[in-house]
Design a protein around this ligand. Sequence first.
Ligand code: HEM
Length: 267
Amino acid sequence: MLEGILPQMPPPLTLLGVVVVLFLFYLLSSTPGTGKHPPGPRPLPLFGNLFHLDLKRLHVSLCELSKKYGSVFTLHLGPKKVVVLAGCKTIKQALVNYAEDFGDREIAPIFRESLQGHGVLFTNGNSWKEMRRFSLTNLRDFGMGKRGSEEKIIEECRQLTEVFKNFKVLQDEEEWETPHSFNPGHFLDEKGCFIKRDAFMPFSAGRRACLGESLARMELFLFFTFLLQRFRFTPPPGVSEDELDLTPSVGLTLSPSPHQLCAVSRA
Ligand code: HEM
Protein backbone atom coordinates (compact mmCIF):
# COMPACT_ATOMS: atom_id res chain seq x y z
CA MET A 1 0.00 0.00 0.00
CA LEU A 2 2.70 2.49 1.09
CA GLU A 3 4.77 1.58 -1.97
CA GLY A 4 2.03 3.03 -4.13
CA ILE A 5 1.94 6.34 -2.20
CA LEU A 6 5.62 7.09 -1.51
CA PRO A 7 7.87 8.17 -4.40
CA GLN A 8 10.26 5.43 -5.46
CA MET A 9 13.44 5.67 -3.37
CA PRO A 10 16.84 5.14 -5.06
CA PRO A 11 18.47 1.88 -3.92
CA PRO A 12 21.13 2.31 -1.16
CA LEU A 13 23.92 1.39 -3.57
CA THR A 14 23.01 4.28 -5.89
CA LEU A 15 23.09 6.70 -2.94
CA LEU A 16 26.46 5.32 -1.84
CA GLY A 17 27.73 5.80 -5.42
CA VAL A 18 26.64 9.45 -5.43
CA VAL A 19 28.36 10.07 -2.07
CA VAL A 20 31.60 8.43 -3.30
CA VAL A 21 31.58 10.50 -6.52
CA LEU A 22 31.01 13.73 -4.57
CA PHE A 23 33.80 12.82 -2.15
CA LEU A 24 36.23 12.10 -5.00
CA PHE A 25 35.21 15.35 -6.67
CA TYR A 26 35.97 17.16 -3.40
CA LEU A 27 39.38 15.52 -3.08
CA LEU A 28 40.33 16.16 -6.70
CA SER A 29 38.99 19.72 -6.95
CA SER A 30 41.81 22.27 -6.97
CA THR A 31 42.37 24.09 -3.70
CA PRO A 32 41.88 27.86 -4.15
CA GLY A 33 45.23 29.62 -4.20
CA THR A 34 47.14 26.76 -5.77
CA GLY A 35 46.26 27.61 -9.37
CA LYS A 36 45.55 30.91 -11.04
CA HIS A 37 42.79 31.80 -8.60
CA PRO A 38 43.31 33.79 -5.40
CA PRO A 39 43.42 31.75 -2.18
CA GLY A 40 40.31 30.95 -0.20
CA PRO A 41 38.62 28.32 1.94
CA ARG A 42 38.29 24.90 0.33
CA PRO A 43 34.79 24.47 -1.17
CA LEU A 44 32.52 21.46 -0.72
CA PRO A 45 30.84 20.00 -3.80
CA LEU A 46 27.46 21.65 -4.49
CA PHE A 47 27.55 23.72 -1.28
CA GLY A 48 30.80 25.55 -2.01
CA ASN A 49 31.77 27.64 1.02
CA LEU A 50 28.25 28.18 2.33
CA PHE A 51 29.22 26.55 5.63
CA HIS A 52 32.06 29.05 6.05
CA LEU A 53 29.59 31.92 6.00
CA ASP A 54 27.18 33.23 8.58
CA LEU A 55 24.52 34.49 6.16
CA LYS A 56 22.90 36.66 8.82
CA ARG A 57 26.21 38.45 9.38
CA LEU A 58 27.80 38.03 5.98
CA HIS A 59 29.95 41.15 6.35
CA VAL A 60 31.49 39.73 9.55
CA SER A 61 32.25 36.39 7.87
CA LEU A 62 33.87 38.17 4.92
CA CYS A 63 36.01 40.26 7.29
CA GLU A 64 37.13 37.13 9.12
CA LEU A 65 37.99 35.37 5.84
CA SER A 66 39.94 38.38 4.58
CA LYS A 67 42.04 38.30 7.77
CA LYS A 68 42.99 34.73 6.91
CA TYR A 69 43.25 34.86 3.10
CA GLY A 70 44.15 38.48 2.39
CA SER A 71 42.38 41.32 0.63
CA VAL A 72 41.64 39.32 -2.55
CA PHE A 73 40.22 35.85 -2.03
CA THR A 74 38.10 33.24 -3.76
CA LEU A 75 34.75 32.09 -2.45
CA HIS A 76 32.28 29.53 -3.79
CA LEU A 77 28.64 30.43 -3.24
CA GLY A 78 27.18 27.04 -4.01
CA PRO A 79 28.58 26.14 -7.45
CA LYS A 80 29.21 29.83 -8.28
CA LYS A 81 32.78 31.06 -7.92
CA VAL A 82 33.32 34.69 -6.86
CA VAL A 83 36.40 36.74 -6.07
CA VAL A 84 36.01 39.00 -3.05
CA LEU A 85 37.83 42.32 -2.81
CA ALA A 86 38.22 43.61 0.71
CA GLY A 87 39.66 46.79 2.11
CA CYS A 88 39.83 50.35 0.92
CA LYS A 89 43.13 50.20 -0.97
CA THR A 90 42.31 47.01 -2.90
CA ILE A 91 38.87 48.21 -3.92
CA LYS A 92 40.16 51.61 -4.92
CA GLN A 93 42.82 49.99 -7.09
CA ALA A 94 40.35 47.61 -8.72
CA LEU A 95 37.49 50.03 -9.39
CA VAL A 96 39.53 53.05 -10.43
CA ASN A 97 42.81 51.75 -11.87
CA TYR A 98 41.22 48.71 -13.56
CA ALA A 99 37.86 50.33 -14.29
CA GLU A 100 37.45 48.53 -17.62
CA ASP A 101 37.96 45.07 -16.07
CA PHE A 102 35.70 45.69 -13.10
CA GLY A 103 33.10 47.82 -14.90
CA ASP A 104 30.59 45.09 -15.69
CA ARG A 105 28.09 43.97 -13.10
CA GLU A 106 26.90 40.40 -12.48
CA ILE A 107 23.23 40.37 -13.45
CA ALA A 108 21.05 37.81 -11.68
CA PRO A 109 18.76 35.87 -14.11
CA ILE A 110 15.64 37.29 -12.42
CA PHE A 111 16.71 40.85 -13.34
CA ARG A 112 17.89 39.81 -16.80
CA GLU A 113 14.49 38.31 -17.51
CA SER A 114 12.33 41.00 -15.96
CA LEU A 115 14.24 44.10 -17.11
CA GLN A 116 15.13 42.80 -20.57
CA GLY A 117 18.31 44.88 -20.66
CA HIS A 118 16.65 48.17 -19.68
CA GLY A 119 17.76 50.55 -16.93
CA VAL A 120 21.18 51.40 -15.51
CA LEU A 121 21.58 49.25 -12.43
CA PHE A 122 21.21 45.80 -14.00
CA THR A 123 22.68 46.25 -17.46
CA ASN A 124 26.13 46.14 -19.03
CA GLY A 125 27.76 47.12 -22.32
CA ASN A 126 26.29 49.59 -24.79
CA SER A 127 22.81 49.50 -23.27
CA TRP A 128 24.26 50.53 -19.87
CA LYS A 129 26.38 53.28 -21.47
CA GLU A 130 23.40 54.80 -23.23
CA MET A 131 21.12 54.58 -20.21
CA ARG A 132 23.74 56.07 -17.90
CA ARG A 133 24.29 58.98 -20.28
CA PHE A 134 20.53 59.43 -20.61
CA SER A 135 20.02 59.36 -16.82
CA LEU A 136 22.79 61.90 -16.23
CA THR A 137 21.26 64.25 -18.76
CA ASN A 138 17.88 63.93 -17.04
CA LEU A 139 19.26 64.26 -13.53
CA ARG A 140 20.64 67.65 -14.55
CA ASP A 141 17.10 68.97 -14.76
CA PHE A 142 15.84 67.19 -11.66
CA GLY A 143 15.57 69.89 -9.01
CA MET A 144 19.27 70.52 -8.96
CA GLY A 145 19.14 74.18 -9.97
CA LYS A 146 20.05 75.34 -13.38
CA ARG A 147 23.60 76.60 -13.52
CA GLY A 148 26.60 75.25 -11.68
CA SER A 149 25.15 72.25 -9.93
CA GLU A 150 24.39 70.35 -13.13
CA GLU A 151 28.01 70.53 -14.31
CA LYS A 152 29.01 69.56 -10.81
CA ILE A 153 26.88 66.40 -10.87
CA ILE A 154 28.30 65.27 -14.18
CA GLU A 155 31.82 66.09 -13.16
CA GLU A 156 31.47 64.27 -9.82
CA CYS A 157 29.82 61.28 -11.45
CA ARG A 158 32.60 61.12 -14.04
CA GLN A 159 35.48 61.38 -11.64
CA LEU A 160 34.24 59.79 -8.41
CA THR A 161 37.63 59.22 -6.86
CA GLU A 162 36.50 59.94 -3.35
CA VAL A 163 33.82 57.14 -2.90
CA PHE A 164 33.76 53.29 -2.55
CA LYS A 165 31.52 50.34 -1.86
CA ASN A 166 31.63 47.22 0.30
CA PHE A 167 30.83 46.70 3.98
CA LYS A 168 34.45 46.03 4.66
CA VAL A 169 35.56 49.42 3.34
CA LEU A 170 33.49 51.31 5.89
CA GLN A 171 34.76 49.01 8.64
CA ASP A 172 38.34 48.72 7.43
CA GLU A 173 40.47 48.30 10.55
CA GLU A 174 43.47 49.83 8.79
CA GLU A 175 41.59 53.02 7.97
CA TRP A 176 39.30 53.80 10.91
CA GLU A 177 40.20 54.35 14.56
CA THR A 178 37.04 52.63 15.86
CA PRO A 179 35.73 50.78 12.77
CA HIS A 180 32.85 49.01 14.51
CA SER A 181 31.35 51.95 16.41
CA PHE A 182 29.28 54.92 15.37
CA ASN A 183 31.89 57.60 15.85
CA PRO A 184 31.40 61.04 14.29
CA GLY A 185 34.91 61.82 15.58
CA HIS A 186 36.21 59.92 12.54
CA PHE A 187 35.38 63.04 10.54
CA LEU A 188 36.73 65.68 12.93
CA ASP A 189 40.30 66.90 13.40
CA GLU A 190 41.87 67.89 16.75
CA LYS A 191 40.20 71.30 16.53
CA GLY A 192 36.80 69.77 15.92
CA CYS A 193 36.75 70.84 12.24
CA PHE A 194 35.27 68.58 9.58
CA ILE A 195 37.75 66.47 7.61
CA LYS A 196 37.15 64.39 4.49
CA ARG A 197 38.28 60.77 4.71
CA ASP A 198 39.29 58.91 1.53
CA ALA A 199 38.14 55.65 3.08
CA PHE A 200 34.53 56.87 3.35
CA MET A 201 33.10 55.43 0.14
CA PRO A 202 29.40 54.73 0.50
CA PHE A 203 28.68 55.57 -3.16
CA SER A 204 31.27 53.17 -4.63
CA ALA A 205 33.73 54.28 -7.30
CA GLY A 206 34.81 53.92 -10.89
CA ARG A 207 32.54 53.47 -13.88
CA ARG A 208 29.62 52.03 -11.93
CA ALA A 209 29.68 54.50 -9.08
CA CYS A 210 26.38 55.87 -7.84
CA LEU A 211 24.69 58.08 -10.34
CA GLY A 212 22.64 59.87 -7.72
CA GLU A 213 25.39 60.78 -5.28
CA SER A 214 25.01 64.57 -5.50
CA LEU A 215 21.25 64.34 -5.24
CA ALA A 216 21.44 61.87 -2.35
CA ARG A 217 23.95 64.01 -0.44
CA MET A 218 21.80 67.08 -0.88
CA GLU A 219 18.64 65.25 0.21
CA LEU A 220 20.34 63.70 3.25
CA PHE A 221 21.67 67.11 4.28
CA LEU A 222 18.26 68.79 3.97
CA PHE A 223 16.44 65.90 5.64
CA PHE A 224 18.71 65.59 8.67
CA THR A 225 19.34 69.30 9.26
CA PHE A 226 15.58 69.90 9.10
CA LEU A 227 14.95 67.16 11.68
CA LEU A 228 17.85 68.06 13.96
CA GLN A 229 17.03 71.76 13.96
CA ARG A 230 13.52 71.00 15.20
CA PHE A 231 13.95 67.90 17.39
CA ARG A 232 16.27 66.35 19.91
CA PHE A 233 16.36 62.55 19.60
CA THR A 234 16.62 60.42 22.74
CA PRO A 235 16.09 56.75 23.65
CA PRO A 236 12.62 56.05 25.09
CA PRO A 237 12.15 56.66 28.86
CA GLY A 238 13.93 54.05 30.97
CA VAL A 239 16.40 53.06 28.22
CA SER A 240 19.98 54.34 28.27
CA GLU A 241 21.99 55.11 25.11
CA ASP A 242 24.29 52.18 25.87
CA GLU A 243 21.34 49.83 25.80
CA LEU A 244 20.46 50.70 22.19
CA ASP A 245 21.38 47.78 19.95
CA LEU A 246 23.31 49.14 16.98
CA THR A 247 23.86 45.75 15.33
CA PRO A 248 23.01 46.28 11.66
CA SER A 249 20.52 44.06 9.88
CA VAL A 250 22.02 42.54 6.75
CA GLY A 251 20.25 42.92 3.44
CA LEU A 252 21.29 44.49 0.19
CA THR A 253 22.80 47.13 2.46
CA LEU A 254 23.54 47.18 6.20
CA SER A 255 20.63 49.04 7.75
CA PRO A 256 19.70 49.84 11.34
CA SER A 257 17.33 47.43 13.03
CA PRO A 258 13.98 48.96 14.12
CA HIS A 259 14.25 51.22 17.16
CA GLN A 260 11.94 53.16 19.39
CA LEU A 261 13.12 56.76 19.80
CA CYS A 262 11.65 59.92 21.27
CA ALA A 263 11.66 63.09 19.19
CA VAL A 264 11.54 66.01 21.63
CA SER A 265 10.65 69.35 20.08
CA ARG A 266 13.31 72.05 20.49
CA ALA A 267 10.69 74.81 20.28
C1 HEM B 1 22.25 57.52 0.44
C2 HEM B 1 21.85 57.29 -0.78
C3 HEM B 1 22.57 56.41 -1.79
C4 HEM B 1 23.62 55.55 -1.61
C5 HEM B 1 24.37 55.21 -0.30
C6 HEM B 1 23.91 54.95 -2.90
C7 HEM B 1 24.91 54.02 -3.13
C8 HEM B 1 25.17 53.43 -4.36
C9 HEM B 1 26.21 52.47 -4.60
C10 HEM B 1 27.19 51.93 -3.55
C11 HEM B 1 26.16 52.13 -5.91
C12 HEM B 1 27.09 51.17 -6.65
C13 HEM B 1 26.55 49.77 -6.57
C14 HEM B 1 27.53 48.78 -7.18
O1 HEM B 1 28.65 49.11 -7.51
O2 HEM B 1 27.16 47.63 -7.32
C15 HEM B 1 25.08 52.87 -6.52
C16 HEM B 1 24.71 52.79 -7.85
C17 HEM B 1 23.68 53.53 -8.40
N1 HEM B 1 22.92 54.49 -7.78
FE1 HEM B 1 23.01 55.02 -5.84
N2 HEM B 1 23.05 55.47 -3.83
C18 HEM B 1 22.22 56.37 -3.21
C19 HEM B 1 21.23 57.15 -3.79
C20 HEM B 1 20.92 57.16 -5.14
C21 HEM B 1 19.93 58.04 -5.77
C22 HEM B 1 19.12 59.13 -5.04
C23 HEM B 1 19.88 57.70 -7.09
C24 HEM B 1 19.04 58.26 -8.19
C25 HEM B 1 18.82 59.53 -8.40
C26 HEM B 1 20.85 56.60 -7.29
C27 HEM B 1 21.08 55.99 -8.50
C28 HEM B 1 22.02 55.00 -8.69
C29 HEM B 1 22.22 54.33 -9.98
C30 HEM B 1 21.42 54.56 -11.26
C31 HEM B 1 23.27 53.42 -9.80
C32 HEM B 1 23.86 52.45 -10.83
C33 HEM B 1 24.99 53.14 -11.58
C34 HEM B 1 25.58 52.23 -12.67
O3 HEM B 1 25.50 51.01 -12.55
O4 HEM B 1 26.16 52.77 -13.60
N3 HEM B 1 21.45 56.32 -6.09
N4 HEM B 1 24.48 53.66 -5.53
